[in-house]
Design a protein around this ligand. Structure first.
Ligand code: MN
Length: 482
């Protein structure tokens, strides 16, 4: 199980009695955290930091433990922060600064100097906050009494984000073929992607996949077909075309497993040796948490896998989508988002149907795909773009809605949403910010999750929502002043 270390700061100025009380309080708090968060993470207490040596030992342990996804720190007493410098230099895991106290209420009738020295987070956490700021260490601050529900909820949120960052640091991304010819926003600096997010992005020839495909047995295809028919309605009579997609998915399963890959990108411009564009195969794989980006979009592929990992255990859908077309009826503007084929099955509000229909692009045989209407509810749309000297994440609040009318002639899955604060401001902000036409939509995650991810990975974040104003637009519109 994932592990979250808890490190408490103090010093030896107040005597052994004080330090044993610190250790006892920290152990009680750890037990409380485990009672609240035990289903998703094990909280483990490390020795109290009383000098530079204990700090180095603790934070080395945090950094070197593969099961550890992050660390939570708190200053029970004053803990002079120069003691933390060398330890923090060793830290390579997401950091939560919990600004709390062992006691909720101030004991007005009995408080004396000993009590005040023992419980001085107001003092110690400010000293500690300074050194984190001074050392430019990315971290999340959560403030409040540790037993309060909103504090536990924020720690739980940190655990989800830290789990996703830990996953990100180990993520391998395969690109079958290169970026789509001439397309700008899907491209990016793969070296910087690895330095910042850990993504090992590597190229594979589509022929590498075709080689595996040619070894797939009829029995393996039968098993995959059983999976499809158990989950989806077979609308087509062209079973051979569906079996072709089943073969692709079996081959992809093997390729991903053999190479430890968690996300991949392909491009319809490089399908040499494939009869169809992988549609159904990609849709079904995305439903299992595998990241996917079309047209060589490695960033969206990786980001979708990371955000699916962040959303694990939560209600709602998370996956890749492409901005396609609008209904611009004044005051009721809606967006229809979809893709050529590869819409994640996680967005299905209705039981998906497998159909085989022509695809007006790519010059291949009619591909099998899943068709369904999308989920409804509050959500976010998240994209990552490469600004040349840094990555930028743009996160827009959206409302996913039921499509107002059936679209019987649209042969792909789709979702529809409303922009915030309204169409004009929301979409203009996205355009000014340089937001891509590929993104990850989620009804499970919120802006706060993405803000925490951006903060902890040192990524620029632009948010769009009900609090976005015309004045914000003017600021976004002048790049040199950002
Ligand atoms: Mn696209």
């Amino acid at each position: 199980m994932d592990k979250l270390y808890f490190v408490v700061g103090s010093q030896d100025l107040y005597g052994d009695e004080c330090l044993s009380q610190v250790a006892k309080d920290a152990a009680d708090m750890t037990a409380f955290f485990n009672s609240k968060l035990g289903s998703k993470v094990r909280v483990e207490l490390l020795p109290t930091v009383v000098n530079s040596e204990t700090c180095i030992a603790d934070l080395r342990r945090v950094s070197c433990d593969d099961e550890c996804i992050g660390v939570m720190t708190w200053m029970h007493t004053f803990s002079p922060a120069k003691m933390w410098i060398k330890g923090l230099q060793e830290l390579r895991k997401p950091l939560l600064h919990l600004h709390t106290q062992a006691n909720e209420k101030l004991p007005y009738d009995t408080i004396d100097m000993d009590f005040m020295n023992l419980n001085q987070a107001a003092h110690g956490d400010r000293e500690y906050g300074f050194i984190l700021a001074r050392m430019r260490i990315p971290h999340q601050v959560v403030a409040g009494f540790y037993q309060h529900d909103n504090v536990i909820a924020q720690i739980s949120q940190f655990v989800d984000v830290a789990r996703a960052i830990n996953f990100s640091k180990h993520l391998k991304v395969a690109s079958f073929g290169n970026n789509m010819r001439e397309v700008a926003v899907t491209d990016g600096d793969r070296v910087e992607s690895q330095i910042r997010y850990g993504w090992e992005c590597n190229y594979f020839a589509i022929g590498d996949l075709v080689k595996i495909m040619n070894t797939v047995t009829e029995a393996e295809i039968d098993a995959k077909m059983d999976e499809y028919t158990s989950k989806y309605t077979m609308k087509t009579t062209n079973v051979a075309a569906v079996r072709e997609q089943a073969k692709y998915e079996v081959a992809l399963d093997k390729f991903l497993a053999e190479n430890g890959i968690g996300a991949f990108a392909d491009t319809f411009q490089d399908l040499y040796g494939l009869k169809q564009l992988p549609g159904l195969a990609c849709q079904n794989l995305m439903g299992k948490g595998i990241g996917f980006g079309p047209e060589g979009d490695y960033k969206t592929s990786a980001l979708s896998a990371v955000l699916m990992k962040m959303a694990e255990g939560r209600e709602g859908a998370t996956g890749f989508i492409e901005d396609y077309t609008y209904d611009l009826t004044a005051g009721q503007e809606l967006e229809l988002a979809s893709h050529m084929l590869e819409v994640p099955v996680t967005f299905a509000a209705t039981k998906p149907e497998i159909d085989v229909l022509p695809l007006g692009i790519g010059g291949k045989e009619d591909p099998a795909r899943l068709i369904f209407d999308g989920v409804e509810g509050d959500g976010i749309q998240v994209t990552m773009v490469d600004m040349g000297d840094h990555f930028r994440i743009i996160c827009a609040d959206i409302e996913l809605v039921k499509q107002p009318k059936p679209m019987p002639k649209l042969p792909v899955a789709r979702i529809m949403y409303r922009h915030k604060p309204n169409f004009a401001v929301g979409t203009a902000a996205w355009c000014y910010a340089g937001g891509a036409h590929h993104s990850v939509v989620s009804t499970a995650l919120t802006r706060k999750d993405i803000a925490m991810f951006a903060k902890l990975t040192g990524t620029e974040l632009i948010v769009i929502g009900d609090d976005t104003t015309e004045a914000d637009l003017e600021k976004l519109a002048v790049p040199c002043c950002r």
